[in-house]
Design a protein around this ligand. Structure first.
Ligand SMILES: NC(=O)c1ccc[n+]([C@@H]2O[C@H](COP(=O)([O-])OP(=O)(O)OC[C@H]3O[C@@H](n4cnc5c(N)ncnc54)[C@H](OP(=O)(O)O)[C@@H]3O)[C@@H](O)[C@H]2O)c1
Length: 329
């Protein structure tokens, strides 16, 4: 990509898309094509055709998708399958037809087999059964990865795909019905802290609030045993930019930190960061999901990229930016 290249970031208002826009701007790229879903519904084949004919972008980052956590995935499997297939079919096919020089497709680490050996290598894709709770999403994403490969093989395109681990950062989704685990924990602990602070009367040691009450309880789903890996979305954007500039190939590249943490330890970390002093209770009747998910990141390390933002530093940064900026605590 040259700084004058015309670059379409599909899904630029989302967590990943907005991080890509920040990264590209910080590198001096200003010829960016951006459309919200209200302006361009990527499930609409005709609209996408007309958009590509009119704009003719040189490069495409495909970060538009229907995304969600366990609850959303198990409640809306038809929508996850249909919308994601439509979005990626339209954008990938039209990128080929209009001669896009390179495309990067955002897949996800949750499309690997449920019981894949750990850490997960790129070659483990399609070697076992999927996690039932997000099967529809995974099937759609696997089709996207395979579509990039097929267009490279048959048409000589340069379409790459990446497998990011769980992400967090600015513009994350904090709706408890549809969010992922880390933003959900941040919101639950933050709100529990605020509730505790507001329960007692005036004459307290916290401006605008009262003294802390230790009787609050935060209920979390599952056993807390599963282990997960988390990457700040700014690190992901750096990795995508790096791969767009340097990588060509049919192997979908893992992007992560190579380090995992149990949900229990993550909860303790976030509890400390938010300053919540009450208790945590684990609701074992709720599903845990995949027992462990850690990516093998040796391929991307060998390609010259490593993450820079540590988990505690990243969560502190997000907590300050998303929850404390308006002085809500
Ligand atoms: N979040 C994670 O932890 C994670 C982990 C691994 C991989 N990924 C992948 O990264 C990509 C982006 O995820 P994200 O977390 O940034 O999601 P997000 O915050 O929900 O953003 C998704 C974006 O997709 C756009 N979009 C959805 N449906 C659309 C449609 N029909 N037409 C046009 N645009 C549409 C939305 O646009 P509007 O805002 O304009 O409606 C939204 O900005 C996804 O492919 C996801 O699979 C995410």
């Amino acid at each position: 990509m040259e700084v004058s290249s015309k670059i379409y970031i599909a899904g630029h208002k989302g967590m990943v898309g907005s991080a890509l826009v920040r990264k590209l701007k910080s590198e001096g790229f200003s010829n960016l094509v951006l459309r919200s879903s209200a302006d361009l519904d990527l499930t609409n084949q005709q609209a996408v055709k007309e958009f590509f004919e009119e704009e003719k972008p040189d490069y495409v980052f495909l970060a538009a998708a229907k995304v969600g956590g366990i609850v959303a995935n198990s409640t809306y499997p038809a929508q996850f399958l249909y919308e994601n297939l439509m979005i990626q079919n339209n954008v990938i096919h039209r990128s080929y037809v209009s001669g896009v020089k390179k495309l990067l497709f955002l897949a996800s680490s949750c499309i690997y087999p449920k019981l894949a050996p750990q850490p997960i290598k790129e070659e483990y894709l399609l070697t076992g059964s999927l996690e039932e709770t997000n099967e529809a999403y995974a099937i759609a994403k696997i089709a996207g990865v395979k579509m990039c490969e097929a267009y490279n093989r048959q048409y000589g395109c340069d379409f790459i795909s990446v497998m990011p681990t769980n992400l967090y950062g600015p513009n994350d989704n904090y709706d408890l019905e549809t969010s992922h685990v880390l933003p959900a924990l941040l919101r639950k602990f933050h709100e529990a802290k605020i509730k505790m602070l507001s329960k007692t009367g005036p004459g307290n040691n916290v401006p605008g609030h009262s003294e802390l009450v230790d009787s609050e309880l935060v209920e979390l789903w599952g056993t807390g045993e599963p282990r997960r890996e988390f990457l700040h979305v700014d690190d992901l954007a750096n990795a995508c930019f790096h791969l767009m500039q340097t990588y060509q190939g049919n192997t979908s590249v893992n992007i992560g930190t190579g380090k995992d943490i149990s949900i229990k330890d993550l909860a303790e970390l976030i509890k400390n960061i938010t300053g919540y002093t009450g208790e945590i209770t684990w609701n074992n009747s709720k599903p845990d999901g995949t027992p462990r998910k850690l990516l093998d990141v040796s391929l991307i390390h060998s390609l010259g990229w490593e993450h820079k933002i540590g988990l505690e530093e990243g969560i502190r940064r997000v907590y300050e930016e998303e929850f404390l900026r308006d002085g809500s605590s």
